[in-house]
Design a protein around this ligand. Structure first.
Ligand code: AMP
Ligand code: ZN
Length: 482
């Protein structure tokens, strides 16, 4: 069986056929970086990380690009309101880029704790302003944009005469036009309210982040000091790093309209290609049936859950326990359950490893490891059905637990490998006492290394390895890993 994925464009599960055999090119919309990662964002990023892990496991070469939005995402969908990054930076008395640096560091700490592999390319919007200006110029040259007072707007009606527009949201033009009229404050400068900004002039505003752009329109040069509209960055950065056409574009379901149709329209308008062939969208996380929001006090950041002593692996296990296209109703009870499941899996793996060392002739259980992998693959091939794949692995764990004799260690290897595909590390973790012992030995080793006593340093490393710790010397210092 081959992988089938639900494509929002066609509203069907389709067989995944990459543009180039054995290669997978993937763009997912990333974080607007003004606050800590919340559990909803984490659902999106773990889903896309699982997709890349799965395809890597299947043997694909993957290029995954996920951007960081550090300019241009406004508090209001209708191109009005404040820039989200600037708004929070002002509140904290920081330069916007000061806030961004801090938040990026926290973002990578949080995603790392959830075993989200850092994407192959993580482009930042502010690093691509020149490319965005050039891209907007292409759209102007191709006749799909107009200028009013230094603002450049995308002409949706004109575009829709040549290309499809509303199909991702499954709506016709009149419906979208009507919705835009009721959704946003009327903007006198726009021809139609569903037109959207490619570039916004900010000469006389209090905006902190702005750049000088020169556009040639009908043979005249227009200079505008401003900033890019929100959607343009993703069209530019995805096509820059993955080509005009690539395999999959993903994001949360809030992007089904307007972000993704607008990105796709820009891409058609600039390059004649509509970016990706498959568009994937994750459902949202709600809390106790309500939309998660700070004002309701039902808002969970990943950081606070980690501080409450939930492990990153348990949070990951919890997140993949619902399908990426199903709503997750978040609860602390659910997270506690995931933590227990994780411990049970770890105990089983440890038991297999411990017993197979002493056993004379460990036995196979009646399902081979190949059969386990096949069953796992079948479930994952069905639109990345992680809850069913996980459920199956837990059944295998229960079965292995119920076996009287000793089991071959390859069952532990298989479980570790398949959970790794789901982004959950089930290898045994060090206990508190073990950690303290390892820390002490590492301190002694660091002292020996400072004195260039390589013999002692190597001896300590060997002893640590005998005890099951891996020692890694990095630029930031030496670390151990159980
Ligand atoms: P943002 O930084 O708000 O643009 O969100 C980053 C990503 O997280 C986007 O792909 C959103 O669609 C997704 N996202 C935001 N809130 C939630 C939520 N409650 N549940 C699932 N995904 C979310
Ligand atoms: Zn995007």
């Amino acid at each position: 069986m081959t992988l089938k994925l639900f494509n929002t464009l066609t509203r069907e599960k389709e067989e995944f056929k990459p543009l180039e055999e054995g290669k997978f090119t993937f763009y997912s919309c990333g974080q607007t970086i003004y606050d800590d990662l919340h559990i909803g964002n984490a659902k999106a990023y773990t889903a896309w990380d699982t997709l890349t892990r799965y395809l890597r496991w299947k043997g694909y070469t993957v290029r995954h690009v996920q951007n960081i939005t550090d300019v241009g995402h406004l508090t209001d969908d209708g191109d009005q309101g404040e820039d989200k990054v600037e708004k929070r930076a002002k509140k904290l008395g920081l330069e916007p880029m000061e806030l961004v640096e801090d938040q990026i560091e926290r973002y990578f700490e949080d995603t790392k704790a959830l075993n989200v592999k850092r994407q192959d390319i993580v482009p930042r919007a502010t690093g691509h302003i020149n490319e965005m200006i050039e891209y907007v110029q292409k759209i102007i040259d191709n006749g799909y944009a107009y200028e009013v007072d230094g603002n450049i707007y995308f002409d949706v009606e004109k575009f829709a005469q040549d290309y499809p527009y509303g199909e991702m949201a499954n709506k016709d033009l009149e419906q979208l036009k009507e919705e835009a009229r009721s959704r946003v404050e009327p903007d006198e400068k726009k021809k139609n309210q569903f037109d959207f900004a490619l570039w916004l002039d900010a000469e006389d505003s209090g905006h902190l982040m702005k750049w000088t752009a020169k556009f040639e329109i009908d043979g005249e040069l227009v200079e505008s000091v401003g900033y890019p509209g929100w959607h343009i960055e993703c069209s530019v950065m995805s096509q820059k790093y993955l080509g005009d056409e690539f395999d999959i574009h993903a994001g949360g379901k809030d992007h089904i309209f307007p972000h993704h149709p607008n990105e796709r329209a820009q891409a058609f308008a600039a390059s004649g290609e509509g970016q990706a062939r498959y568009w994937l969208h994750n459902e949202f996380i709600n809390v106790e049936g309500e939309k998660m929001s700070k004002s309701e006090g039902n808002f969970y950041t990943v950081r606070e859950l980690l501080e409450k002593d939930f492990s990153g692996d348990a949070i990951r296990l919890y997140l993949i326990s619902t399908h990426y296209r199903s709503e997750t109703n978040f609860s602390i009870k659910g997270l506690e359950k995931a933590e227990k499941e994780l411990q049970r899996v770890r105990r089983t793996v440890k038991k297999i490893r411990d017993s197979s060392i002493s056993a004379e002739s460990p036995v196979n259980y009646d399902t081979s490891t190949d059969e386990i992998e096949k069953e796992f693959r079948e479930r994952m091939d069905d639109d990345l059905n992680t809850p069913r794949a996980k459920q199956y692995l837990l059944e295998v764990v229960n079965h292995l637990n119920s076996i009287e004799g000793d089991v071959k260690p390859k069952y532990a290897d298989t479980l570790e490998k398949l959970f790794q595909v789901l982004g959950v590390d089930i290898r045994p973790q060090a206990s508190e006492e073990e950690s303290e012992l390892a820390d002490l030995l590492m301190e002694l080793r660091d002292e020996a290394r400072e004195e260039e006593d390589w013999e002692t340093s190597d001896m300590i490393r060997d002893r640590l390895e005998d005890l099951g710790f891996e020692v890694e010397d990095t630029e930031e210092g030496s670390k151990w890993l159980k």
